[in-house]
Design a binder for this molecule. Structure first.
Ligand code: NOJ
Length: 623
């Protein structure tokens, strides 16, 4: 269906892109999509201008129309039997190598450090690892700027270490997926150097534009314009991320061939699949038109509507599967910022030949907010977004369930802020993670409830995104205090401080001062002490994981949310067995919203009570 200014909103909502785009725009504006299901659904797209009293102008409507018409395919999936797959049952664990474990005491985590901890991970119940980039890189973005895809970063070890890691993990029946960064390379990659110097073979490997002024108004996700001028070619090159991360030109078949070759290389070496970095950004709209400023201000980046699910995305993914992934039966999970539940169906439906799973991020921040600007996070606002994926994604697709990764502050700290109940909240998050439908992706340190780090000055931050955003805030006239407090709230560095292994110096991560500040909590919160504490977050998490493995109804069972006010998350999972999960999302003691039934098999409080205590999370087995 071609969407025009005269199409009614309710008809737009019935298409995947229409649903997701409208929901995303409302989300960014802090509004509920249900608003449009009622009478407002009869407004036309053109009528939005009136609805917003003219605050939204014609150019916004034009961009909206362009986005809405960018993906017109529909996937009208009805429910079906869930196919059983190893990756639906598996527990994944993300490792950020630089901060996981330092084996040679140079202050930087490394591959042998990961090997050292495989038994620990196995015991925890981990079935698969996602290893963030470990390739040769000048580290403008900690390895997400790759200089050589087939070489290991010297700080992390050697190719022999990687071979050993694959072997040792496989011996323990742990699969290993690795990060495939295909949207961009480092500006120090040989392809870019040749391209910059007009080598005919590499000339069109990147997105170059000849233009007197900056080619368009797109902004980088790491602040500032998304273009850099190169004197060598007298042209601009696109970089959606840091200046040193240049976007590849996927329209060039040679680029696709080279990336297919990289993926094949690693699958031949024994990788079981890939987490694919910003895969949804690889195809950009024809002509690279200006982005809409209103939309840009809502979402924090201008231009994203022209590449978040570009015109050739499905085609490139189909080709990649045919040429590479299918031959190896490789598992793939794509990072797809901006793609909502309906568009993700297009990418992950059983018959689509695109990706196995996706990461979508709308639940991580509250509606109307972006990570880098401080706000009062409220976990209650996350629940509708989680439920959306539980109920609307269909049995042809399978969600990922995560609250943390290397790109976000620690969720547990967002929930409790400076308040008490850190341990209860960490266990509550684990309870939700391991009882929802979907593949749980844990992030290092969450299993012990590591909180954010107490950075005290901007000089302690390492992340390019944080440092650029700080500078930009100052340029925009924010005070130093305000800018610092934003960064302290939203920085990715919170997730990147070393794992607390013990109460030894530097949390047992290294004997050398680490590359980034050590988390202040290491004396009280560390793996070693939690292993021997029956009541620890670690042992709670481990029990949950093992219970989930042994009770497949928690994996494949249907999901049903029960009515309760917004202070609670209450749901059932049902297959051969039936479970009731009751969660208090607040730091207050409250009356039970529903009557507990059956046997209490897990709780984050050791004693029972007739009231639900702060962040109390209980799992009941009904039958
Ligand atoms: C997403 C990655 O998770 C993030 O760490 C990185 O900075 C960007 N993609 C750019 O590669």
């Amino acid at each position: 269906m071609k969407i025009t200014r005269n199409t009614k909103i309710k008809d737009v909502l019935s298409t995947p892109s229409g649903h997701d785009i409208i929901a995303r725009v409302l989300y960014a504006a802090g509004l509920d999509e249900n608003l449009l299901k009622g009478i407002l659904g009869n407004f036309t797209i053109g009528g939005i201008k009136r609805l917003t009293l003219g605050k939204i102008g014609d150019s916004f409507i034009d961009s909206l129309l362009e986005m809405l018409n960018s993906e017109t395919e529909t996937v009208p999936y009805d429910d079906c039997e869930i196919k059983k797959e190893w990756w639906k049952e598996a527990v994944f664990y993300e490792i950020y190598p630089r901060s996981f474990k330092d084996s040679n005491n140079d202050g930087i985590g490394d591959i042998p450090g990961i090997i050292e901890k495989l038994d620990y991970l196995k015991d925890l119940g981990v079935d698969a690892l996602w290893i963030a980039p470990f390739y040769d890189s000048p580290n403008a973005d900690n390895g997400y700027d790759i200089r050589d895809y087939k070489k290991v970063m010297e700080e992390f070890g050697t190719m022999k270490d990687i071979d050993k890691l694959f072997n040792e993990a496989h011996k323990r029946n742990i699969k290993v997926i690795i990060d495939l960064v295909m949207n961009h390379t480092s500006d120090e990659h040989e392809w870019f150097i040749k391209s910059k110097n007009n080598d005919p073979k590499y000339k069109d490997f990147y997105i170059w534009k000849k233009s007197e002024n900056i080619p368009n108004n797109w902004t980088s996700l790491f602040s500032g314009p998304a273009w850099k001028y190169y004197d060598e070619r007298k042209e601009w090159a696109l970089h959606l991320f840091a200046e040193k991360q240049i976007d590849l030109n996927w329209e060039n078949p040679e680029v696709r061939k080279n990336m297919q070759d990289v993926a094949t290389f690693w699958l031949e070496k024994g990788a079981d699949g890939f987490r694919i970095d910003v895969i949804s950004f690889i195809s950009k709209a024809d002509g690279l038109p200006d982005g809409d400023e209103t939309l840009g201000s809502l979402i924090a980046f201008t231009g994203i509507e022209h590449y978040f699910h570009g015109p050739h995305l499905d085609e490139y993914l189909n080709e990649f599967n045919d040429k590479v992934f299918n031959k190896y039966n490789a598992y793939t999970v794509g990072e797809c910022p901006g793609n909502g539940v309906m568009m993700s169906k297009l990418i992950t439906g059983d018959d689509r030949n695109e990706l196995t799973q996706v990461f979508s991020f709308d639940h991580i921040d509250n509606p109307g907010h972006v990570r880098i600007f401080k706000y009062n996070f409220d976990i209650r606002k996350m629940i509708p977004e989680l439920v959306r994926w539980q109920t609307q994604y269909s049995n042809h697709c399978w969600p990922t369930v995560f609250f943390d990764n290397h790109d976000n502050p620690r969720m547990v700290s967002k929930v409790v802020k400076d308040g008490p109940y850190l341990k209860e909240a960490a266990k509550m998050l684990a309870t939700i993670q391991f009882t929802l439908k979907g593949t749980p992706y844990m992030y290092q340190g969450c299993e012990i409830g590591m909180p954010n780090t107490d950075f005290t000055s901007i000089d302690e931050f390492k992340d390019v995104e944080s440092l650029n955003a700080y500078k930009e805030m100052l340029n925009r006239g924010f005070s130093k205090e305000k800018s610092f407090s934003n960064i302290l709230w939203g920085s990715r560095d919170h997730a990147r401080t070393p794992v607390n292994w013990s109460d030894d110096i530097y949390g047992g991560f290294s004997t050398h001062e680490p590359w980034i500040k050590t988390n202040q909590s290491y004396k009280e919160i560390n793996v070693e002490s939690q292993l021997s504490d029956k009541d620890s977050v670690l042992n709670y998490t481990k029990d949950l994981i093992h219970y989930r493995k042994a009770h497949k109804s928690l994996i494949y069972g249907s999901f049903r949310q029960l009515k309760a006010n917004r202070n609670f998350f209450v749901y059932e999972r049902e297959d051969d067995e039936k479970y009731l999960i009751i969660i208090n999302l607040t730091d207050k003691t409250r009356k039970y919203p529903v009557k507990p039934q059956g046997e209490l098999i897990k709780s984050n409080y050791t004693e029972t009570s007739d009231k639900l205590r702060p962040y109390e999370a209980n799992i009941y087995k009904i039958s």
